[in-house]
Design a protein around this ligand. Structure first.
Ligand SMILES: [Ca+2]
Ligand SMILES: [Ca+2]
Length: 208
């Protein structure tokens, strides 16, 4: 982790114990400390998704893994807000589906809580955004299902997905290290179908 020193116009490498490298997570500030939750270590939702939570204290310049009871399941591509010194994780992508879960993490005491069920909610989704406006949370956009051909699982179709398809076809990349949930033809493989599909999307010949 690199911590910027605001006003000093420089970055400084943070050393010591720290969270595992990951993507698809979020970081928030609560009372001057940074908290991260979730994400994945590899570009595949088939790999175990993280549900750990870590706190970084700038004053002590150190990371601490928090171990609250009953955390939500691992997820990526969720959104997050803070309100009244609590962190709210909103929806996201589970290993097998899109989530419509809303969870609250409260640092004092260190507890997770899922609000009562049965409320009318937006459709489950990932790659959306949320903000706080006054005492309301606003949610916008996102995808209700994995994007076909999104092999690096970043929510968009671009040239990187085509390169990954070609790397798998040529044996340069392992199938287990990529996101196969949006398999084009449901054959459990990445082959020319995926590469052609991505290139057709990029060239405007079809919509994703
Ligand atoms: Ca992609
Ligand atoms: Ca396929």
């Amino acid at each position: 982790m690199l911590a910027p020193y605001v006003g000093a116009d420089e970055w400084q490498q943070v050393t010591g114990v720290m969270p595992q490298a990951r993507y698809g997570h979020q970081m928030v500030n609560i009372a001057g400390n940074a908290y991260i939750f979730g994400g994945a270590a590899q570009l595949s939702v088939r790999c175990p998704l993280a549900n750990d939570i870590w706190k970084y204290s700038p004053d002590e310049d150190m990371w601490e893994e928090i171990s609250p009871n009953d955390p939500p399941g691992g997820k990526i591509a969720y959104s997050v807000i803070t309100y009244s010194d609590k962190m709210y994780t909103v929806f996201g992508q589970n290993p097998d589906s899109m989530s419509s879960e809303l969870w609250t993490y409260e640092p004092w005491p260190r507890t997770w809580e899922e609000p009562p069920q049965g409320l009318t909610k937006p459709t489950a989704r990932a790659y959306h955004t949320t903000v706080v406006s006054g005492d309301k949370m606003l949610l916008f956009g996102g995808s209700p299902q994995p994007l076909n051909g999104d092999l690096d699982n970043n929510g968009t179709i671009d040239i990187c997905d085509a390169i990954i398809a070609l790397q798998v076809i040529s044996g340069m990349k392992s199938l287990s290290a990529i996101n196969l949930q949006p398999d084009i033809n449901n054959d459990g493989k990445v082959s020319l179908e995926e590469a052609i599909y991505v290139l057709q999307v990029l060239s405007g010949l079809r919509n994703p």
